[in-house]
Design a protein. Structure first.
Length: 162
């Protein structure tokens, strides 16, 4: 087995590991969200731009796949799991989970808004760092940054109208 095969195998393992983290976060977030979407969330005043519920699940599934791809690009470029950029990737992933736990789990709109803003900053910084290392990784983070910008607007609307 040549060096290229070993490198490709490590890249595949990295992608699976990054996606597994994303899948765990998505699963926990979806579970917590389901606790509120049938009673509390529908009663909230929401923006007319709020998409149907199924759009969120589809969007996040795609975003988590793309995020895993971005992290894999950084792993491949750096050749190690120990990277400040990957640490920032993990921070933004955990902030996203924290938002679900706070907004839907605790039904704390105001604290959720603070967390989503912090997450936006973390994603923006992660995207910046990724661009500096591997342009493709940076571009793969842009859809998340755009979606999170929209999510900040939606959370802000709920905060100011409820």
């Amino acid at each position: 087995m040549g060096q290229r095969s070993v490198a490709n195998g490590k890249t595949v393992i990295a992608f699976v590991a990054f996606y597994a983290l994303c899948f765990i976060v998505q699963s926990i977030g979806a579970y917590v969200t389901q606790l509120s979407v049938h009673d509390w969330y529908p009663a909230l005043a929401k923006s007319s731009l709020t998409p149907p519920g199924m759009v969120f699940g589809i969007a996040w599934t795609i975003l988590y796949l793309v995020m895993a791809g971005a992290a894999t690009c950084i792993y491949r470029a750096r050749g190690t799991w120990r990277s400040r950029s990957l640490a920032w990737w993990l921070i933004q992933l955990l902030l996203g989970l924290m938002w679900s736990l706070v907004f839907f789990g605790q039904r704390a709109i105001d604290l959720g808004f603070i967390i989503i803003l912090l997450n936006w900053v973390a994603v923006a910084f992660t995207t910046y760092r990724f661009f500096r290392i591997e342009r493709m990784a940076g571009w793969l983070m842009v859809p998340l940054l755009l979606w999170l910008s929209f999510a900040c607007y939606l959370n802000g609307f709920i905060l100011t109208h409820n």
